[in-house]
Write a protein that binds this ligand. Structure first.
Ligand code: OGA
Ligand code: NI
Length: 385
């Protein structure tokens, strides 16, 4: 039975002397496309499937066993993600020790958590509650925001790469582009309208602090990354909702990827599920390591554009989110970028070194990232020399 009008499989069959398996896989991909469209047309996301009583994970969400089990999961705390206290930045010795800790983390695991970061607990919990309220509204309230049009600054969708990636993820997302141009207040869903602008402003202030520390960690003046490289010019929030999953071993919350940002500040709730792919000093023995939920902390990681800018001194490390039968889990990933069309992204090369990347722009990188989707391949490959 074929419900789709298009006849790719038949054309391919007629035009070649082979091949039964090609025909079959082509029909399977037509079937998959139909299932993806049907899911997308509900505008209700994965939350809609769970609300409808799904007791199995539909096929479009099944990941290949080799991508689910690409590395062992380590519980070993020798790889723990460091927690860095920002309370002492006002004194020279406190600042120097924070710069040292940030440098060590950025050069190795690419992730750290911060406490005493200046974003009040109340603003963090209000942001998570607002996100939850929005996703848990009836579909009629959410559907007007459901779009794949990147021209809109507020976009609710399940899987930005639904039609590109090899397998869909068990999550829904509300994207909001907050800088350089914030959305008009009435463009933000009422469920979180009162909290999003304030939260974004607080995170921007923390971003400024972090970019100062990272600049010094690179041996540059404190204002370099924020003022000269304009790393704080753009801010996009990806507000994720990971519903409880009936068969968590078959799918993922988020496929392995590195981030399309200079740095990402991540607010997560207490459920957990974020994992980082760590390797040893010889880049051998990759293993998944948990980023535990630390009360009051924010997670910070180096993104692809800072790895490029630092000419590989800082590492944009791959990470993923596992699916869970516990939940739902909510998180807010805050991506710092520049104004993508006007600024050239180029590596800062130390004396006597060679550039490892060609020049590019954030727009070019984001276009590439969106076009390929989360396919397990780093976007940096695209611009590496
Ligand atoms: C991301 C991401 C992790 C999480 O949005 O890029 O990695 O915990 N999110 O939701
Ligand atoms: Ni990420």
């Amino acid at each position: 039975h074929r419900s789709l009008p298009h006849t790719h499989a038949q054309t391919e069959f007629k035009g070649s002397t082979h091949c039964r398996s090609q025909l079959q896989s082509s029909m399977a991909s037509d079937h998959r496309l139909g299932a993806l469209k049907a899911f997308d047309d509900t505008k209700a996301g994965v939350k809609g499937l769970v609300d409808a009583g799904a007791t199995v994970v539909p096929l479009i969400f099944h990941h290949a066993p080799e991508s689910l089990n690409d590395a062992p999961h380590h519980h070993d705390h020798q790889f723990a993600i460091p927690v860095i206290d920002l309370a002492g930045l006002a004194t020279p010795s406190g600042r120097a020790s924070a710069v040292g800790a940030v440098k060590a983390a950025a050069e190795t695991v690419g992730f750290f958590q911060v406490v005493n970061h200046g974003v009040p607990e109340a603003a963090m919990s209000a942001m998570l509650a607002g996100l939850r309220n929005f996703i848990e509204e009836p579909v009629e309230a959410k559907a007007p925001y459901y779009t794949r049009d990147h021209g809109r600054r507020v976009r609710y969708q399940s899987n930005f790469d639904l039609f590109q990636s090899p397998a869909a993820n068990w999550r829904d997302t509300l994207f909001m582009d907050m800088a350089p141009e914030p959305p008009a207040p009435e463009e933000i869903p009422p469920a979180c309208r009162a909290v999003v602008p304030e939260f974004a402003g607080l995170v921007q202030r923390l971003g400024s602090t972090l970019l100062g520390l990272l600049s010094e960690a690179l041996g540059l003046r404190r204002g370099h990354l924020e003022e000269d490289a304009a790393c704080l010019e753009g801010l996009s929030l990806a507000c994720h909702y990971y519903p409880t999953c009936p068969e968590p071993h078959l799918t993922l919350g988020t496929t392995k990827h590195s981030d399309p940002s200079f740095i990402t500040v991540l607010l997560q709730d207490a459920v957990g599920g974020l994992q980082v792919l760590v390797v040893d000093d010889d880049k051998q023995n990759p293993a998944w390591v948990d980023v535990p939920a630390v009360a009051g902390a924010l997670v910070v990681n180096v993104g692809d554009y800072l790895q490029l800018l630092s000419n590989d001194r800082f590492k944009s490390v791959e990470h993923r989110v596992v699916a869970k039968s516990a939940g739902p889990r909510v998180s807010v990933a805050c991506f710092f970028r520049t104004d993508g069309s006007t600024r050239v992204l180029a590596p800062i090369v130390a004396d006597g070194g060679n550039a490892r990347y060609r020049n590019t722009t954030v727009d070019e990188m984001v276009r590439h990232y969106r076009a390929k989707g989360l396919d397990g391949v780093s976007s940096l490959q695209y611009v590496r020399i």
